[in-house]
Design a protein around this ligand. Structure first.
Ligand SMILES: [Zn+2]
Length: 164
């Protein structure tokens, strides 16, 4: 299914049209992670937190895995973390991604809680493409900070090497 803006959501029964990027599944406004995407659109990195025990969790979900409370809120985090792991995707890739290969996919461990990990791309800056950093230069443990980039009609968090 394509939304009115033409973006494609995984799990739909149609193939991704050539030249389009995959839209993350949680970008529907009524999803559990709507607060995350609202934050992204406002330039904030938000992580779901348990209102009972305070523990952060990601990806967003209704129940706290620690104390089983359903009470939850959104906490704005610093957007700083370290590279926990990374990969360099190889073909076959969707056409939109193949045109940018080689690029990197990194897993970032957040500074507020190193068990909170987010997947994204290490880029040179907010306006840079996902292939703007040479994958050969990426090191596990290097400090990064969040940036927001236009991923083809929608905003996505990405990561740059920490500057501050
Ligand atoms: Zn809890």
């Amino acid at each position: 299914m394509s939304d009115a803006d033409g973006l494609v959501t995984p799990g739909d029964d149609q193939p991704v049209p050539a030249g389009e990027f995959i839209r993350p599944p949680g970008m529907r406004s009524d999803g559990e992670d709507a607060g995350f995407w609202e934050g992204v659109s406002e330039g904030e990195l938000r992580v779901q937190a348990c209102s009972a025990c305070g523990r952060l969790r990601f990806p967003p979900r209704p129940m706290c895995p620690s104390c089983r409370s359903f009470q939850r809120n959104w906490r704005v985090v610093s957007g700083k973390g370290t590279v926990w792991s990374f990969a360099v995707p190889h073909p076959p890739l969707l056409p939109a991604y193949a045109a940018l290969a080689p690029y990197n996919v990194i897993v970032v461990s957040l500074s507020e809680d190193d068990t909170i990990r987010m997947v994204g791309n290490l880029v040179e800056g907010s306006g840079a493409a996902i292939n703007s950093v040479d994958p050969e230069t990426i090191r596990i443990g290097e400090p990064v900070e969040v940036v927001y980039r236009d991923a083809g009609g929608f905003m996505m968090p990405a990561w740059q090497r920490e500057r501050s």
